[in-house]
Design a protein around this ligand. Structure first.
Ligand code: GLU
Length: 373
């Protein structure tokens, strides 16, 4: 059988696994055989050459039993529980994936890491490197340091932010419900299943229900918030039921779920973001060879730079200009202005000797560059 659809077509795929799927309610232990079946699905993706990131909850649910805590937990008790549970969780993922020869990498993020440019760039570079090296990053919120004001609070939105950060092609939120309904299907027999959403309208948002209801709180509301992020990031997102064994294989084989399908790709969304969201903090002036390289879709190397204008930080948006001042486009600089001035006109191989650290070969990578038509 030839498989098709958003999951197999995704070069970069994110799976979000909720606590209620991973942790047995009665014992507080990780459901090992289920986890192993998820890891078998991940191994199948890796076999097809896909990159996979897991965003997993469960730290609090596992850890609170070990510390003898009973809900409702205060924030600091949740943080203590997460500190204990996260080790167990990471260990279980490590063992289950090792079975398929896959290496796990634990990454703990806070809301700050997706909001602050430099931290965002660092987190993105680490994830990119892990994926390039064939590891499977397993991400959770850094609950032990995330206080109320700086919390994601839910891993649905964390997963969507990660998807946006790494320009993922698809995200699957595994949950205890098989998708979006016009109303809570557990209460309303008239509730209709929605197989596909292409745009986040007020009518769709209203389907999440009232935040006070079980269907609403941390349920459909955070999933729709995640879908909104994904739609704007060009990432396809599914809400799918996860309880059964091999849940990803089930969705891949056409199992019921709701797909949120954006218009553009992650690449176009990222370029729109570069173009629309930031005002340029400076500029870089290119020689004729670099202008040609850019017009052919290449990256901007320091060797082709003849001048740097203004003051900017690493990750800031800067204009790209020709020698006679014509604006060619804009992009995110991999270096601060001060460092860019020192490496301008020099070979990438000399960057380390000049700056004393090994930065990127490109001053602006082609993924971070928008050349005007
Ligand atoms: N980070 C929390 C945990 O690992 C879970 C947050 C969520 O389930 O959305 O327990």
């Amino acid at each position: 059988m030839t498989l098709s659809g958003p999951i197999v077509e995704a070069k970069r795929l994110i799976l979000k696994i909720g606590s209620s799927l991973l942790v047995d309610e009665a014992s507080g232990l990780v459901r090992r055989s289920w986890l192993e079946s998820v890891c078998a699905d991940i191994a199948a993706c890796r076999q097809r050459g896909q990159e996979v990131i897991v965003v997993s909850s469960g730290a609090v649910a596992v850890g609170r039993r070990k510390l003898g805590l009973t809900p409702p937990l205060r924030l600091e008790e949740k943080q203590a529980a997460a500190a204990t549970g996260q080790i167990r969780l990471a260990h279980d993922y490590q063992e289950a994936l090792a079975h398929y020869g896959l290496t796990v990498a634990q990454v703990l993020l806070t809301l700050y890491d997706s909001d602050h440019r430099r931290r965002y760039l660092n987190a993105r570079a680490t994830l990119e490197t892990l994926l390039r090296l064939g590891a499977v990053p397993v991400i959770n919120e850094n609950d032990t340091v995330a206080t109320a004001e700086i919390r994601f609070g839910d891993n649905d939105r964390l997963a969507a932010r990660v998807a946006q950060m790494v320009s993922a092609d698809a995200l699957v939120l595994f949950s205890d419900i098989d998708g979006l309904y016009t109303a809570d299907p557990r209460k309303d027999p008239e509730a209709r299943f929605i197989p596909e959403v292409r745009e986040m309208t007020p009518a769709i948002e209203a389907m999440a229900g009232d935040p006070g209801s079980a269907y609403g709180s941390g349920g459909m509301i955070t999933k729709l918030a995640a879908a909104k992020i994904c739609l704007s990031a060009g990432c396809k997102m599914a809400i799918a039921r996860g309880q059964a064994m091999n849940p990803l294989a089930a969705v891949t084989n056409g199992g019921r779920c709701t797909w949120f399908l954006p218009e553009g790709s992650p690449r176009t969304a990222r370029k729109q973001w570069i173009y629309g969201a930031m005002s340029p903090a400076g500029a870089v002036v290119l020689d004729a060879g670099a202008v040609r390289a850019l017009q052919r879709g290449g990256s901007l190397l320091p060797a082709g730079v003849t001048g740097i204008e203004g003051e900017f930080d690493r990750g800031d948006c800067i204009l790209v200009k020709t020698a006679d001042g014509k604006v060619l486009g804009r992009g995110l600089s991999a270096y601060a202005a001060e460092d860019a001035r020192r490496i301008a006109g020099r070979q990438s191989a000399d960057i380390e000797t000049i700056l004393g650290f090994h930065g990127r070969d490109e001053l602006i990578h082609r993924d971070d560059l928008v050349v005007e038509g």
